[in-house]
Design a protein around this ligand. Structure first.
Ligand SMILES: *Cc1c(COP(=O)(O)O)cnc(C)c1O
Length: 362
């Protein structure tokens, strides 16, 4: 048996007892009660996205978050289209890799990983490539914890008639996003991030008029977003293939808890308070944050190694023994490690974490 610890990674994350308990039963996958649960959570996702079912739909896809991103990239962009990808971290690069594999025409607009994506640079890329039909960017780049300003960029891109794709994997449910006002055609997130469920599926909030024009574009069977949507609509919440039944029940419970907490705004406040407490406490202990406060997300924080001989592995093991699991860094320019503060994590947990770190670095 693994010793229990608090997960301070940005998904999977620490979930509540009730979420875990919701999985303690072997549910049927095609039964009407189950389909109702699927329809209900699809509806809740639209509410969180601040959109209505006449214009938008929520479509779950089995697998981790990447499967959801791949279902959008691989099944909504045709061979005559051209995709512009704004990249300032590993998840932006992942979309570029997908486009390579599917042979999708694409242009990468690459930024320094410590800087946010800007409308100016995106416009420069568009000026050089006027035939762009689709644009993709990441909201919270979990690679560093930087928060890209989608609300400044996406509406402007959409005004030019370009279809817009946002990977909001690590922010949706934890940071308010108005999908309609921000003119997002496809937003992707997953069960195990800010909704605080367990890993097992991703979901896409899609503008129906866009999604309905993509029938037949899919390059794979299982990641065909249109087909999954069509089946769910026709059969009132039926997934095309075996669905992660336990995960769906845990997710349903997690959505009730999000509501009980006071919705996305309340959760956003808790996460922001956690992050501020964490960053201030760490700076007091001599750790510098990587990302400028202006762009720092309330989700995950990158800290620069305090000295050249800092032994991350040892630090990690000591913290794990104290009941906290953190995350290694992921960028090349500067050695960093990361601490997430989403999930069932409260102010008191951050205080205990800082006490544990204080004892280790003393
Ligand atoms: C977590 C995450 C993903 C998906 O990762 P999976 O390991 O496939 O769940 C994609 N984009 C971002 C920004 C993420 O944080």
């Amino acid at each position: 048996m693994v010793r229990k610890y608090l997960l301070l990674t940005p998904g999977p994350l620490t979930t509540s007892e009730e979420v875990k308990n919701a999985m303690d039963f072997d549910y049927c996958t095609w039964d009407d009660d189950y389909k109702k649960i699927t329809q209900s959570f699809r509806h809740s996702l639209l509410e969180i996205a601040k959109v209505t079912a006449d214009e938008y739909t929520a479509v779950p896809i089995q697998g981790s978050g990447t499967y959801g991103v791949e279902s959008v990239i691989g099944s909504t962009i045709s061979k005559n289209d051209k995709l512009l990808i704004a990249i300032n971290g590993a998840y932006g690069r992942r979309i570029s890799e997908m486009a390579d594999i599917y042979g999708i025409n694409h242009v990468d607009c690459v930024f320094d990983e410590r800087e946010p994506v800007t409308l100016n640079r995106v416009n420069e890329c568009l000026a050089k490539h006027p035939d762009i039909t689709h644009f993709a960017m990441i909201h919270c780049e979990t690679t560093t914890g930087i928060l890209n300003p989608i609300e400044e960029i996406i509406p402007k891109i959409k005004e030019r008639g370009i279809k817009t794709i946002v990977d909001a994997m690590s922010s949706f449910g934890g940071i308010p996003i108005d999908v309609k006002a921000e003119k997002i055609d496809y937003l992707i997130s997953s069960s195990n991030k800010c909704i605080q469920g367990v890993p097992g599926f991703s979901f896409v909030i899609a503008k129906k008029s866009e999604l309905e024009s993509t029938k037949g574009l899919a390059r794979t069977l299982s990641l065909d977003l249109y087909d999954q949507y069509a089946e769910m609509e026709k059969n009132h919440g039926k997934w095309r293939f075996t669905s992660p039944t336990h995960v769906v029940h845990a997710f349903y419970e997690a959505l009730q808890e999000l509501k009980a907490e006071g919705g996305v705004e309340a959760r956003h406040q808790r996460y922001s308070a956690n992050q501020k407490h964490l960053a201030a406490g760490m700076e007091e202990l001599g750790f510098k944050v990587l990302i400028d406060e202006k762009w720092q997300s309330p989700i995950i924080t990158s800290f620069i190694y305090p000295s050249d001989d800092f032994d991350f592995h040892k630090f990690y093991q000591q913290l794990k023994a104290d009941g906290f699991v953190i995350y290694p860094g992921k960028i090349s320019q500067v050695p960093t490690f990361r601490i997430g503060n989403i999930g069932e994590v409260y102010d008191n947990d951050i205080s205990k974490l800082l006490d544990a770190i204080k004892t280790i670095v003393k």
